[in-house]
Design a protein around this ligand. Structure first.
Ligand code: SAJ
Length: 410
């Protein structure tokens, strides 16, 4: 095929699918973005984005100006179909419902020898057991490729361009068209392997991070128990050239780290470390709520209005999928604290107040997300605030004056 004739259809225009479509169109390849949610399509057709990500607006305008980009709520013929839909966790591993329904949706539009690319995270055997047989059953000699995304929310566009990619395809398949599409916008190296190894690589990456964060969380609990500063200790340990301990926190959120490791555990009880790590992270909101309760009792504060600052699952983003802030609030409620207010400068959602509203109303402040702007707030201006608990080590003593400031692991 002449590469100038390639047309790409991106299926699923979320955090990964939309930037992927924009980058490919921006590189001069014709792209149609498809989503089952017609509200999203209408919004994109009228030039409006529905989530925030650094550089997304500029990328959108550039791609739109290039004339290679369109959006549709019906599937269209193309040569390469890139599926970017979520794979939540189920009791049996990755829940493939959205991937399989995306395949059903495109079946009639797929032609002989089109390439189907999957960017979603799946279990090591899922492609060979489910997706490839389904595509083969169409009898159209299509090639299946797994090219899982590796970009981090908050830096998605930079990472999509600069990170290395791993492309999985089974022997006998040709990948020139896919290589051309990815090389049009990826400057990192592209490695090729089989589909199962590519699926494993992705899950290993997120499991490694989950276990490392769990280790940091265990250290924070030890620090609370025996009175050392875990943040300083980790900083110094990381000066060793072969050590890189991550940081503790109130729990692990997002759509990947708390979920993907379960795909590796699918059908096996032979391993312990990963499962234990996930459990450690899942119990952090409850642990932190207990620490807050002890400190409230120490300060003689009962039944306070608690302002939880930060609802996004991590720093400086508006994404609140699986956010620990919500689970922290539930744990506090279980302990009997019912007056809880949430605030976040990025998240636009019902009952998420502005930073100043919460600062003016709360008697106790709990910092749940390490948003940069929290580092410069002056808490001494608010007479209503009687105590702070920082789960991310972002608040300094200079910001609180004489107010009691407690911190996880310190
Ligand atoms: N967290 C900590 N301590 C840390 C680092 C993170 O508690 O030291 C928490 C964060 O606050 C957050 C959660 O973990 O709640 C996850 O955040 P993250 O920044 O570690 O990861 P994600 O979920 O935003 O993105 C990850 C990335 N994977 C890796 O770094 C191995 C990204 O590259 C993947 O593309 C993404 O998962 C995905 O889609 O799989």
């Amino acid at each position: 095929m002449n590469t100038s004739d390639i047309k790409v259809q991106v299926i699923g225009l979320g955090y990964i699918g939309l930037p992927t479509a924009l980058l490919i169109a921006g590189a001069g390849i014709e792209v149609v973005g498809f989503d089952v949610d017609s509200k999203k399509i209408k919004s994109l057709q009228s030039g409006e984005l529905y989530f925030d990500e650094p550089g997304l607006g500029a990328l959108f305008n550039d791609a739109a100006r290039g004339g290679k980009l369109s959006f549709s709520d019906t599937v269209t013929p193309a040569n390469v179909h890139i599926i970017c839909v979520p794979t939540p966790v189920s009791t049996e591993g990755a829940d493939l419902t959205y991937v399989l329904s995306a395949l059903d949706a495109i079946e009639h539009a797929v032609s002989h020898s089109d390439v189907i690319v999957l960017e979603s995270t799946v279990g090591p055997d899922d492609c060979d057991d489910f997706m490839i047989p389904k595509i083969n059953s169409w009898g159209k000699a299509n090639t299946f490729v797994l090219c899982t995304e590796r970009a981090i929310p908050g830096n998605t566009i930079y990472e999509m361009i600069h990170n290395d990619r791993v492309i999985g395809l089974n022997s006998g398949s040709s990948c020139e068209v896919v290589e051309h599409v990815y090389k049009s916008f990826v400057t990192g190296n592209i490695s090729f392997t089989d589909v199962k190894t590519a699926a494993l690589v992705k899950v290993i990456e997120n499991s490694y991070r989950a276990v490392n964060i769990a280790f940091a969380n265990e250290l924070a609990k030890l620090a609370d128990h025996s009175g050392f500063n875990v943040w300083k200790a980790i900083e110094l340990a990381n000066k060793h050239p072969r050590v890189n301990v991550l940081t503790p926190g109130p729990g692990v959120g997002g759509h990947c780290i708390p979920i993907d490791p379960y795909f590796l555990l699918d059908n096996t009880s032979k391993t312990q470390l990963i499962e234990t790590g996930l459990t450690v992270n899942e119990k952090m909101p409850e642990y932190v709520a207990g620490q807050i309760q002890s400190n409230l009792e120490k300060e003689g504060i009962s039944d306070p209005v608690i302002g939880i600052m930060g609802y996004a699952y991590k720093k400086d983003v508006d994404d609140y999928r699986e956010t620990p802030a919500a689970r922290l609030a539930e744990s506090l409620q279980k302990l009997g604290y019912s007056k809880i207010l949430h605030s976040d400068p990025y998240v636009k959602k019902e009952k998420i107040y502005s930073t100043s509203e919460v600062l003016e109303k709360a008697e106790v402040i709990v910092v749940a997300t390490d948003h940069t702007e929290y580092r410069t707030l002056d808490f001494t201006q608010y007479e209503n605030i009687h105590m702070l608990y920082d789960t991310r080590n972002v608040i300094s003593v200079d910001q609180v004056g004489d107010l009691p400031l407690y911190c996880l692991g310190k």
